[in-house]
Design a protein around this ligand. Structure first.
Ligand SMILES: [Ca+2]
Length: 273
């Protein structure tokens, strides 16, 4: 600055070559190339990138797929030209759905729709790219997300068979605690049974499964502040008189499985065929 007067200081790469050293006497606006803005012509206009002196127009047009870019605008980074994709769109040019999404749709602000395959009933989180059909684990499952059974079948709850120690014939030391089924309930049934090394409790339950398949056995407990380690010992017996095949495993008549855990968590879980 000299005596209150500023130098034009036009950016050579963005200014028309014939007017490099001149600018508007009031605003200081330099004479920009067609695709350039800013007072000193130093910035590409939106939708263009890569300001260079040997480009007569100043900047290159963004090469994105407009249908996959935010606002369908073909916007890109003004410096490196990288495309700004909608949240569910991927690819260098925003030309494809992100993994685990489907139905590329220019009218969708997110670009593509999330598959939302049922985690328990689907083979993976990936779905068919056009219609979004998830791959169901069995022919008895239906629906785009595999979350409905075909006619004649039903889906049992995760806790298909629940056994409460406080209802066992030999259950002692029962602590009643209301709230079964309530949101935030800490126990199920009528309450719980207090166990200690001095009063170990054996509980026998018999139940029938109406299907063959993987079964999770979960034992839920809570520890007192004095408990260091909790030991769980259990035994499952298949009481059928004929064997069967399940997911490549042979299960014989009378087969037994053992459940033995020492665990610091609040449940013990194991999987059986
Ligand atoms: Ca209970």
């Amino acid at each position: 600055m000299t005596n209150g007067v500023l130098v034009c200081d036009c950016e050579p790469s963005g200014t028309n070559p014939a007017a490099l050293t001149t600018c508007d006497v009031l605003t200081g606006q330099c004479s920009c190339k067609d695709r350039v803005i800013a007072r000193n012509c130093s910035e590409c206009i939106s939708g263009y990138w890569g300001l260079t002196a040997d480009n007569a127009l100043g900047c290159n047009e963004c090469a994105c797929n407009p249908q996959g870019t935010k606002g369908n605008t073909n916007m890109c980074d003004k410096t490196d030209g990288s495309c700004e994709c909608k949240v569910n769109v991927a690819g260098d040019l925003c030309e494809q759905c992100k993994p685990n999404t489907f139905n590329f749709d220019p009218n969708n602000p997110e670009g593509c729709t999330e598959c939302e395959c049922d985690p328990g009933a689907s083979v993976s989180e990936t779905c068919e790219l056009v219609g979004g059909q998830c791959t169901c684990r069995s022919a008895q499952l239906n629906g785009r997300e595999c979350n409905t059974p075909v006619t004649g079948y039903y889906v049992p709850k995760l806790d298909f068979a629940v056994f409460e120690p406080e209802t066992a014939a030999n259950g002692n030391n029962i602590v009643l605690r209301p709230g079964d089924g309530d949101l935030g309930a800490t126990v199920s049934g009528r309450g719980l049974v207090t166990l200690s090394p001095a009063n170990q409790v054996t509980m026998d339950f018999t139940f029938s499964l109406p299907f063959t398949g993987l079964v999770d056995v979960v034992v839920r407990f809570e520890k007192t502040t004095a408990d260091k380690i909790v030991y769980m010992l259990g035994k499952l017996t298949y009481t059928g008189t004929t064997g069967y095949q399940c997911q490549g495993q042979t299960v014989a008549a009378g087969q037994e499985w053992s459940l033995l855990s020492t665990d610091e968590r609040d449940s013990v879980r194991d999987t059986y065929y």
